[in-house]
Design a protein around this ligand. Sequence first.
Ligand code: IPM
Ligand code: MN
Length: 372
Amino acid sequence: MAKKTAQAKKTANTYNIAVIGGDGTGPEVTAEAVKVLKAAADKFGFKVNLTDFDYGGERYMRTGEVLPPKATDELRKFDAILLGAIGHPDVAPGILEKGILLKIRFDLDQYINLRPVKLYPGVECPLKDKGPEHINYVVVRENSGDAYTGTGGITMKGTPNEVAVQSAVYTRFQVDRCLKFAFEYARKYGKKATGRGTENTLALVGKTNVLTYIYDLWERAFHEMGQRDYPEIRRDYYHVDATCMWMVKNPEWFDVLVTGNMFGDIITDLGAMTQGGMGIAAGGNINPQGVSMFEPIGGSAPKYTGKGVINPLAAICSMQMMLQYLGEEKAAEKIEQAVMFATGKKLKSLAAGKMGYSTSQVGDLIAEKVAE
Ligand code: IPM
Ligand code: MN
């Protein structure tokens, strides 16, 4: 992250941002994130050059092309990418996800998927007796390996003997670079570092009792690196199934969690529900040395498209993470305050259609607060 910040500073606080609204409600929520971004730029004295890209299901159905051949080379030139959502009900599952979302993640080597699980004030939490003081942790999801690499295939398809294999793949290199990010993150943003506790903790989430190759590698790498380079950081280990249990029962135990791509995908949907749902859950696909892409973790919500009822806070919070990553800490802080003001004092609910505000009114509310 530090490198990227230095790079961004060189261009005199002007950020070139690629904006991919995508499918369904993606463009609507992204428009609100852009509204708040512009308000923050005015207030905090930086500039943004925005370039829109029409990648998504509509474009695919119109042109037959998921992404133009040079698309990811083009995206590589930006300081960051803001993404709405990818996924279209009229396109078979996998085509857009693999062809756009995963293609960008892989081509730009965004090997970290950073997903905070943070319950803001006033947000209804489905967990009994849990409040913002209990739910405030971060999942560092590895974003380049695991079953996502597409290693495998189907043979004898359509016959009674067909065989399908899809391998979970990890190299030591992938595991080490992810762990390094996670340890550094825990050192900088863990509970002790941020005054929320007495130690910084990194917990590995795995399945060492069944995935005895993959998570054996993770576990050895985890303790080796921790012992050698981060002795002051407490190391915990949880099986992924037990993690789901503790995320519901004792989320206050968690500080920073690190895990493989597939487990990370699954547990962060659970995490999102505990922080108020897809309307608020944000994330960043990060390449600490390259170009990162920020996106809400929820999908394209086709049934709400164009109705002006979808909650844009997840997109706004993703943009907030982008500013933090670009080094605009003050702006990021202010946006988070504004989001907390909205959840704590204004919105009736985070659910689509039940906020008491339209999508663009929520954007206005945050933008006005940021401008104050
Ligand atoms: C996510 C999504 C994606 C993933 C899909 C759409 C490919 O579920 O960002 O969590 O599995 O990573
Ligand atoms: Mn997911």
